[in-house]
Design a protein around this ligand. Structure first.
Ligand code: G3P
Ligand code: CA
Length: 227
């Protein structure tokens, strides 16, 4: 991601255009691209045979017609499930292939042990400049930066008393706070330190506009056509 993006208000499609299509599916990412999302966000987990699959929860229960833990299923078993409207659970490489010439990526790592495989795929696809790797896990973000300093990273937070200290500790380029934590002061401090700030999940046009005026770097939204 080049610096020109620092001056734009980015619409980041959360699990794709997930207000309109089944979350974290190729259908949802295609819809987000049609809606001109600046980036697509999605979640990565490992199957039992160590393939990088795009699914949010630890279990398949909520988003598919199956039952059980993702990490206990093979890719073949996961691919047999219906992830909504007949969609399959995608592999990371399938999402990159679909979207790499059309939009950019916020790749959330839900699990340790995914770092090296994700970096390898990013490099093979020549999308190093077009990616943020983000996580709630500080050590994971730190690992990514030390393995490949050119990849931008972001720390996702639900609450914190000193966010700047924490993002500096893990050398992250961005902070992604829960939207209700975000006020003028936080935006100012994060932006003044040269970092990006992406509140999640913002699905209300008035709130999105307020965050834009206050100087947020963008929003993570289920509705990439929001503004
Ligand atoms: O980008 C932040 C957001 O995706 C974190 O929450 O639960 O949707 O992964 P969650
Ligand atoms: Ca996520």
């Amino acid at each position: 991601m080049d610096d020109s993006y620092k001056n734009q208000f980015l619409k980041i499609a959360h699990r794709g255009a997930s207000a309109y299509e089944p979350e974290n599916t190729l259908r949802s990412f295609s819809k987000a691209i049609k809606m001109k999302a600046d980036m697509i966000e999605f979640d990565i987990r490992l199957s039992v045979d160590e393939r990088l699959v795009v699914i949010h929860d630890t279990k398949v229960n909520r988003t598919t017609n199956g039952k059980g833990y993702v990490k206990e299923k093979t890719l073949k078993e996961l691919k047999e499930l219906n992830a909504g409207k007949g969609e399959k659970i995608p592999l990371l490489e399938e999402v990159i292939e679909l979207a790499k010439t059309k939009t950019r990526f916020v790749i959330e790592l839900k699990e340790y042990g995914t770092e090296e495989m994700v970096i390898k795929l990013i490099k093979e696809n020549n999308i190093t400049d077009d990616v943020f790797v983000v996580s709630f896990k500080k050590r994971l973000i730190k690992n990514i930066k030390s393995l490949e300093p050119r990849i931008k990273t972001g720390l996702i937070i639900l609450y914190t008393f000193n966010p700047l200290k924490i993002i500096n500790e893990c050398n992250a380029d961005a902070l992604a706070p829960y939207h209700l934590l975000v006020g003028r002061q936080l935006i100012k401090r994060v932006k003044n330190s040269g970092k990006y700030l992406f509140p999640w999940t913002v699905n209300n046009a008035r709130e999105a506009n307020k965050l834009r005026v206050m100087g947020a770097s963008g929003i993570v939204t289920n509705k990439p056509d929001l503004c």
